[in-house]
Design a protein around this ligand. Sequence first.
Ligand code: OXC
Length: 338
Amino acid sequence: MLSVIITTLNFQGNSKLDMPSPDISTQIAGIPLDNCLYNASGAWCTSEQELTDLAQSAAGAYIAKSTTIAYRAGNPKPRYVETDWGTINSMGLANGGFDFYLSFAREKAQQLGKPFFMSVAGLTLENNLDMLRRLAQVDEVAGVELNLSCPNLPGKPQTAYDFQRTEEVLHKVFKFYKRPIGVKLPPYFDIIHFERMAEILNSYPLQFVTCINSIGNGLVIDIDKEAVVIKPKGGFGGIGGDFVKPTSLANVRKFYELLKPEIQVIGCGGVKSGQDAFEHILCGAQAVQIGSCLMKEGASCFDRISSELRALMLEKGYQSLDDFRGKLKVNTDEEKGY
Ligand code: OXC
């Protein structure tokens, strides 16, 4: 208790305990969220019960599992495994189908009263355009995340690793889609790739990008069995959790630097504490999604992580996310030779 009181005294001797609780509200594409934390699409958001849990949690919004036109059973099980350092998954976009999430939006989400986002992951470009044509008429869905980065569909490449294809998709989408929309990107690892993708994104009126989807095609091995731990694709799957945080922070940071200010960056990857969320915001994130930790801990993680984020902000004397968003300190003497 003593240490709590001491750490909340600033150098002038004023108690930060007297300061109002920090505000962690934000907005995505102008849609107000009273909490900057919400779920990553895919984590605890496939069934009506899971979506209702999220709506009733401390999350500031919620997004459904990436939807295809029709219901999909997904890849064979086991397809999701937790390790000490994170997770591997190959769900294969198991989801309830477009009409299921649309009915949820119309019949339930309205009453639950929290911004509800849909994630669209058509199996073809035409499927994506069909779903978006329908969503273009729907008021009950606050915004759409177009998933261009699922690594787990056998025989289907991750669209956003193909720059020309990504351009074609965005070109067709923005011919008619005028509502809040963003894209979910895979992780990039080369500065040239960040620059090329940012150049494409900057030429369209999208409102946000979500960085990052899982790191595709990792392999986790059970040493006792000398075998892979998940069944699909010879054991290859998307990596999430603790291990991906440095990659997700780098992606948030680089896109925050390269994208035009109208495009917000939503951080996703390796967030399980208030400090992790703080780091994403410091890199420039407008809001922060939680995946692996939500799967492990359940929807109560939003309460815990928001309290930790508020406590950290209080300790640092920050009242709102704008006080530190994007203000990561870097060495400015460095020669820009990269
Ligand atoms: N990312 C996705 O976009 N989708 C799922 N897994 C993942 O890591 C999936 O459905 O396999």
